[in-house]
Design a protein around this ligand. Structure first.
Ligand code: MRU
Length: 366
């Protein structure tokens, strides 16, 4: 059973504090947009889909006490909240996607009383959460077909239940394959500097009874050279129109190693992680984080000279040519992604005006 990473409970957001896992399991309560922003910024809630869902609820927290009587005044307040939440982290597109969707729904409900609009917005945030659950299951179904009984799999960072509302993306594929009776061995990159692999992925896999081995990031090449990896599954924080995929720093290394060793490299991500405005990965903004994350281990033990300069990008971009396929809730896509993705984009637009407005609001929100 997946853990419940995010809940809406009694008018508040309840989140698992991912910074203290695996040794402590604690929920934190966010009562306002400020504490929610802080939870995203400090990675208490993390992983692209989970950030998007949290932000949608953050909008509710930010506008729930609004005294505005007119829509234009209410919308101004809402825009202030979405802009503020959007400033928490720059790379995962799901954050901006969810905020833009909330803005769109507010605009489309402008004929209603403000109290009714607040209810409509809450319904939308709950819908975003529910849709993520469903797309996790669909990605898992599609992706599990790529896993063979006895496979040895490598994963990076955490693309599991903690990063989503349900099964996870890359890990969801493994959970589903296992449910189908396939056995597998999973190697987990520790994922320096914040150790999402060691702390979160290893915890989730062990919890599910999957045979798991933790490795340091710099051990992947030697494992591949020894023929110990059959497939690689990772998540994504933002995928450009051409299929270039931003994910946790170190993913690109793995993709190049995989190509050299003829190992399939799969990205698993929902459509909410695609950014159709971005043509190639070169245009994806990459978050740079505090140098102390590298100078110290888990913010506690200083392991380098205090004044050493640090380069600490949180993500890198894997060029599409190194990606064997992208698994989504709409199926598995291969290069050239532009064709497949434009088919998805067209079908999204056809389905409703809302989708078109989301695209334009997305443009405006960044
Ligand atoms: O900095 P994080 O921990 O938010 O980075 C998360 C990742 O890079 C995940 O691999 C990615 O969001 C995919 S999660 C479904």
């Amino acid at each position: 059973m997946p853990v419940e990473t995010i809940k809406w409970e009694n008018g508040k957001v309840k989140l698992i504090d991912q910074t203290i896992l695996p040794h402590k399991f604690k929920y934190i309560i966010c009562k306002d947009a400020k504490s929610l922003w802080h939870a995203i910024k400090t990675l208490k809630v993390r992983g692209a889909p989970a950030i998007g869902i949290a932000a949608a609820f953050g909008v509710i927290l930010g506008i729930k006490d609004s005294k505005a009587k007119r829509f234009d005044l209410f919308f101004k307040e809402l825009r202030r909240v979405t802009k503020y939440l959007a400033s928490a982290r720059p790379t995962a597109i799901n954050l901006f996607w969810a905020l833009a969707r909330m803005e769109c729904v507010a605009k489309n409900s402008n004929r209603n009383e403000i109290s009714k609009i607040k209810k409509i917005l809450l319904k939308e945030a709950l819908k975003i959460l529910d849709e993520d659950k469903k797309s996790c299951r669909r990605m898992a179904k599609y992706g599990s077909g790529l896993v063979k009984d006895g496979d040895s799999i490598l994963t990076h960072c955490n693309a599991g239940g903690l990063a989503t509302a349900d099964y996870g993306t890359a890990l969801g594929v493994l959970f589903e394959a296992r449910k189908q009776g396939k056995s597998m061995h999973v190697y987990v990159d520790e994922t320096r500097p914040l150790l999402q692999g060691a702390r979160l992925t290893a915890w989730e896999l062990i919890h599910e009874g999957i045979d798991t081995t933790l490795i340091c990031d710099n051990m992947a090449a030697s494992l591949m050279a020894k023929g110990k990896i059959d497939k690689i599954f990772v998540g994504a924080d933002r995928i450009a129109r051409n299929g270039d995929a931003a994910n946790k720093i170190g993913t690109y290394n793995l993709a190049i190693l995989a190509r050299h060793h003829h190992i399939p490299f799969y990205v698993v991500a929902p459509l909410s992680s695609f950014d159709f405005r971005v043509k190639t990965g070169a245009d994806i903004p990459i978050e740079e984080r505090d140098g102390d994350e590298v100078r110290k281990v888990l913010g506690r033990v200083m392991i380098a000279p205090r004044n050493v300069k640090v380069y600490n990008p949180a993500f890198d971009v894997t060029p599409n040519k190194y990606i064997t396929a992208i698994v989504t809730e709409k199926g598995i896509f291969k290069r050239p992604y532009s064709n497949a993705l434009s088919v998805i984009a067209r079908s999204r637009r056809r389905r409703s005006n809302l989708k078109r407005e989301i695209a334009s609001a997305l443009r405006a929100s960044q």
